[in-house]
Design a protein around this ligand. Structure first.
Ligand code: GAR
Length: 205
């Protein structure tokens, strides 16, 4: 918070509005919203956008007083309606947190190096279309891997192929179930994703 305020005073940092894109449970979305709310700084999550209705992330955002908006398949196909919403809300930075649809090209072009994603494996392993959430952990356990982790990356037009920003690792223990591994990987996500988002945003200003 100190850093943000100091920069704001110098006139070098104007405050940043983050939009989170999510498709399901939204535990990462909630964790990221809480992180920035607790700091009371210039960076805040001001919008959550989903591609599915009736998913738990709506309730999580509502509890934290952040507006959460569903956009239908057409909106995600062209991207135009989503872009309009992002402009209307003065969104500077986009965070994918369990977002399972493709981000339309118009949004990629509008937000170069300003869209980050988290993937629950050490990419390039266990990534690509159809590899998400518990499917990833299942595949990692079945392959007998000794370690897994998280990848934080910029996104591009191909699933899970954007430039990697950083990775954090955890062990896969003998006898682990996919659920046990998922818990360990989620713990890494909760600890590191918000602070990496903050670091990237501050670095860009
Ligand atoms: C997270 O583990 C995230 O890394 C993963 O989906 C989960 C969403 O959980 N994302 C992907 O697999 C993207 N390819 P959450 O909805 O509780 O945050």
């Amino acid at each position: 918070m100190l850093l943000c305020k100091k920069q704001a005073k110098k006139g070098g940092f104007m405050g940043r509005n983050i939009a989170i894109f999510a498709s399901g449970n939204g535990t990462n979305a909630e964790n990221i919203i809480r992180y920035f709310q607790a700091k009371e700084g210039e960076i805040q999550v001001t919008l959550v956008v989903t591609n599915r209705q009736e998913i738990p992330v709506f309730e999580r955002a509502k509890r934290l007083d952040v507006s959460c908006i569903y956009m239908n398949k057409d909106a995600w196909t062209t991207g135009e309606e989503v872009i309009r919403l992002l402009h209307e809300r003065k969104i500077d930075f986009i965070v994918l947190a369990g977002f399972l649809a493709r981000v339309p090209d118009v949004i990629l072009q509008e937000y170069p190096r300003r869209i980050v994603n988290i993937h629950p494996s050490l990419l390039p392993k266990y990534g690509g279309k159809g590899m998400y959430g518990d499917r990833v952990h299942q595949a990692v356990v079945e392959a007998g891997e000794k370690e897994s982790g998280i990848t934080i990356q910029y996104i591009n037009e191909h699933y899970d192929e954007g430039d990697i920003i950083t990775q954090y690792r955890c062990p896969v223990l003998p006898g682990d179930t996919p659920e046990e591994l998922a818990k360990r990987v989620h713990a890494l996500e909760y600890e590191y994703y918000p602070q990496e988002i903050e670091r990237i945003i501050l670095m860009q200003n």
